[in-house]
Design a binder for this molecule. Sequence first.
Ligand code: 5GP
Ligand code: ZN
Length: 112
Amino acid sequence: MSCLFCRIAAGEIPSQTVLADEHVVAFRDIRPQAPSHVLVIPRRHVDSLWELDDRELAGRLLAAAAEVARAEKLEQGFRLIANAREHGGQEVGHLHLHVLGGRPLGRMLSKP
Ligand code: 5GP
Ligand code: ZN
């Protein structure tokens, strides 16, 4: 298994898990861009949001992101980002949602 996030989901590479169930895993970003920076991924490999065609899984990911925000106590607000493919600035080729919060995030349109 060569995909970094597949290995994290399988527990082969350690990460700080925030939430995990049968379908999704959420863990802390190794280079946090905000006081709270968590990545939400599907357990099964999907390259990016471009390839995601499973609405049930899409719903699970979105619901998990909301759960992460509540677990992280981001009641003042947070941001969800999905970088997809080259122009989107995606660096890890396994679909992930960034949940960012804990500080005002400004009005940036691109990467956190
Ligand atoms: P992308 O640019 O693909 O949207 O975001 C990839 C994210 O994965 C980056 O924010 C980066 O810091 C994070 N990341 C890369 N490698 C690792 C790792 O080994 N462990 C964790 N926890 N995060 C990682
Ligand atoms: Zn993967």
